[in-house]
Ligand binder design. Structure first.
Ligand SMILES: [Zn+2]
Length: 249
């Protein structure tokens, strides 16, 4: 398989990079990524993945667009208010890149449907805003040996993490052990600085693309301070006592 002339022109700034070239762009074209949550993180992530030429994008959200979303969920416009996010997102992404396959799903991800909905995805981007979905995606990706790229942002700080279960690496619960005491914190009750979501969502897209290109950064955790712009990065170590991934070994 090779790129056609239009694709060579569209992706010409990728093709110039020794880290991508035509072979890398073809890998992106053959990739299938799933984005769970089409909100503040999912919006920039989906924009960059679609623009970059990821061949198939599955994206999942059961919410409708509201006025208060427009402060940060950059996929949506005033005219989308009241529409399903997944459908509105699909229209916007199709107008950006009509040569990729878009698979919008308007449903809530649950333990009952996760296997069916995500089975064809190579990489899963967790752009959700709740721990229930984060632990569900962690268990699913662990069991199915997929790469999970998790993002979160609240108030003025954000985090991005990459878990590579192809290599029996650490899991989300090694970093955030499951507990009944985990608070439900999200943007609805704590607020969030709008562009910080762009920083985190774009980093999730970048990690996903680098993984497909083979420039993988391992099991990675970065924290971003939205006020100082400082970013701390470190490798995640497996917790041998982890109730989720140690039990699965
Ligand atoms: Zn673990």
């Amino acid at each position: 398989m090779e790129l056609n002339d239009k694709e060579r022109l569209r992706y010409s700034r990728h093709l110039l990079l020794k880290e991508v070239q035509e072979q890398g762009q073809l890998k992106l074209k053959n990739a299938h990524m799933a984005v769970v949550g089409c909100g503040g993180l999912g919006s920039p992530a989906l924009f960059y993945l679609a623009a970059s030429g990821i061949g198939t994008l599955t994206f999942i959200d059961d919410d409708e667009v509201e006025l208060s979303n427009l402060q940060r969920q950059i996929l949506y416009k005033v005219s989308h208010i009241g529409q399903r996010k997944s459908h509105a997102a699909s229209k916007v992404l199709a107008s950006l890149n009509n040569s990729i396959e878009l698979n919008p799903l308007c449903t809530k991800l649950t333990a009952d449907n996760v296997v069916v909905l995500l089975k064809n995805a190579d990489i899963v981007l967790d752009c959700s805003d709740n721990f229930e979905t984060r632990y569900l995606l962690n268990s699913y990706c662990l069991k199915n040996k997929k790469v999970l790229i998790s993002g979160a942002a609240i108030a003025t700080s954000g985090q991005v993490m990459c878990f590579d279960f192809r290599e029996n690496g650490p899991c989300y619960a090694c970093v955030f052990p499951q507990s009944d005491e985990v608070e439900s914190t999200n943007c609805d009750n704590f607020g969030v600085l709008s562009p910080l979501l762009g920083v985190i969502g774009a980093q999730q897209a970048l990690l996903a693309i680098n993984t497909i290109l083979g420039h993988h950064s391992g099991c990675y955790f970065a924290s971003v301070d939205g006020m100082t712009l400082k970013q701390n990065v470190w490798q995640i170590v497996k917790d041998r006592q982890c109730m989720v991934c140690s039990a699965a070994c």
